[in-house]
Design a protein around this ligand. Structure first.
Ligand code: DUC
Ligand code: ZN
Ligand code: ZN
Length: 486
């Protein structure tokens, strides 16, 4: 008699890279052994009749145990953030190792690694955020860390932690040589500061003026500039949180020119408009993020850009701050918008919101919603960021699986998430389709509405090579000449 499988998930609708298969998934030693009509004993069986079996969600953009650009600490630790992520159907997260000014990048990464190793309940990797190129050994540390398997970098063009164009080019050139993807928060700092200061000077300080203080053209200018940098050096970039129709159009135009540009958007741009900021009094602060939510026409354009593969990923941009004096209101209960920390919690709600729209309601552009959902939320992040063994249900892959009940309806409450934020920005919204069971490398980490994962159970994911976000060809002739050695 053959060895029993460790786990057998029976009778599900399994979303594989080759389409939807009705049947079973067998797991041995933390990886997927067989898919389809599987016979054989198993130590543990789960009946998935009537459920979708999806790849575990991969959220590639979350801020965890990190200081904001304004110096306010996140509400979440690795433990609380990854517990929340798991409850929302995720098995992998990429967060940031964010360099403090003057700090050696090697020290930054070592500190975040220690904290994640202690607390993380799901698998994880880091984007290395560079804020100070004058810190000792910055570029040599960067090259060494890339070689050790940290294959993505983050830079800002605004937010008090921006780098100038020259520094960004230097980092991109280092990334080109060592093999890393450069992620960018792309908004023009001058446009934002000029507008913000004029609004504040007129006394226009309520949370909803935050939207006006981040003009659409600030995004457009920086996205276009970064696309040209990518073109100049033939260096892959990932444009984070595209929020406007024009931003998405810049990305599409660069891609059409053959530039190695990838891009993402987030649920708060797909499902919210800037009217959320107009809640009474200071309440609007709950939804303040950068870039801000935009208009309905932008939502349509972003969905179309996802459907046409101009945008490749929907991430959460989880950036958790409590609505109290340690979080959003650290500058007082009536703080002007420019003194309120930016960001929303999103690790737990990203997948249910998207499942509801794409699978349960067949959002425009997706006639095969379940497959598109798996691609945007798991397969594409795994492929683009080089997370080998993750993101798809296929033999030999890690057994990271989420079982979805398509009939379960949940209406979000005021404070029902499992993070440490104390409010749910989606309060009152009804979701159809729910992640009932989450499995990480063959171990059940969520079931029956409870998290069974333990802190430290998550593993750091070594990325020995770039993912699919690779250079396309050759740098511009002047860049190639400038980089010629000796
Ligand atoms: N915007 C970001 O770019 N990061 C964190 C929070 C936010 O609102
Ligand atoms: Zn950002
Ligand atoms: Zn972010």
């Amino acid at each position: 008699m053959s060895e029993p499988f460790d786990l057998l998930i029976r009778n599900g609708r399994i979303v594989t890279p080759d389409g939807v298969v009705s049947g079973d998934v067998a797991v041995t030693g933390g990886t997927i052994g067989a898919i389809g009509d599987v016979t054989g004993p198993a130590r543990q069986e789960i009946d998935a009749k009537g459920l979708w079996v999806m790849p575990g969600g991969i959220d590639p953009h979350a801020h965890i145990e990190q200081m904001s650009g304004m110096g306010v600490m996140n509400a979440d630790t690795f433990e609380t953030a990854t517990r929340s992520a798991a409850m929302g159907g995720n098995t992998t997260v990429i967060s940031f190792a964010a360099q403090a000014k003057g700090e050696r990048l090697a020290d930054t990464v070592a500190q975040y690694s220690t904290r994640a190793a202690r607390g993380a309940m799901i698998d994880h990797a880091f984007h290395m955020t560079i804020t100070d190129m004058t810190a000792p050994d910055c570029l040599s540390d960067l090259a060494a860390l890339i070689a050790k398997g940290h294959r993505s970098i983050k830079v800002f063009t605004t937010y008090n932690i921006q780098l100038d164009d020259r520094a960004i080019l230097e980092i991109m050139a280092t990334a080109r040589e060592a093999g890393a993807l450069v992620c960018v928060h792309a908004e023009n700092d001058g446009i934002i500061n000029w507008t913000r200061d004029r609004l504040i000077a007129q006394g226009l300080t309520a949370p909803h003026y935050h939207a006006a203080s981040h003009p659409r053209l600030a995004e457009v200018e920086a996205v276009e500039r970064l696309c040209r940098f990518a073109e100049f050096l033939d260096q892959p970039i990932m444009l984070f949180h595209i929020s406007t129709a024009e931003g998405a159009a810049c990305v599409a135009a660069a891609q059409a020119r053959g530039v190695p540009v990838w891009a993402e958007t987030c649920p708060h741009y797909l499902f919210m408009t800037d009217t959320v900021l107009k809640a009474p009094g200071i309440e609007g602060a709950k939804w303040m993020c950068s870039p801000p939510q935009r208009q309905e026409a932008d939502q349509e354009a972003l969905w179309q850009a996802l459907a046409s593969d101009t945008l490749h990923i929907v991430s959460s941009d989880h950036a958790p701050y409590r609505m109290d004096e340690n979080g959003k209101l650290s500058a007082g209960p009536d703080a002007p918008f420019n003194k309120i920390a930016n960001g929303l919690p999103g690790l737990e709600t990203r997948l249910p919101l998207l499942f509801d729209a794409m699978v349960s309601h067949g959002r425009q552009g997706f006639d095969r919603g379940a497959e598109a959902f798996a691609r945007l939320t798991a397969t594409a992040p795994a492929d683009i960021y080089g997370l080998a063994g993750k993101g798809r249900i296929a033999p030999g892959m890690d057994a990271d699986l989420t079982l979805w009940d398509p009939d379960r309806q949940v209406t979000y409450g005021a404070d029902d998430l499992h993070d440490n934020v104390g409010y749910n920005p989606w309060e009152g919204r009804t979701i159809t389709g729910w992640p009932t069971t989450v499995i990480l490398r063959g171990k059940v980490i969520v079931e029956g509405g409870a998290c069974r994962a333990t802190p430290g159970q998550g593993q750091w994911l070594h990325r020995p090579t770039l993912g699919t976000a690779r250079p396309h060809g050759t740098p511009a002739p002047e860049a190639a000449l400038a980089q010629t050695k000796g």
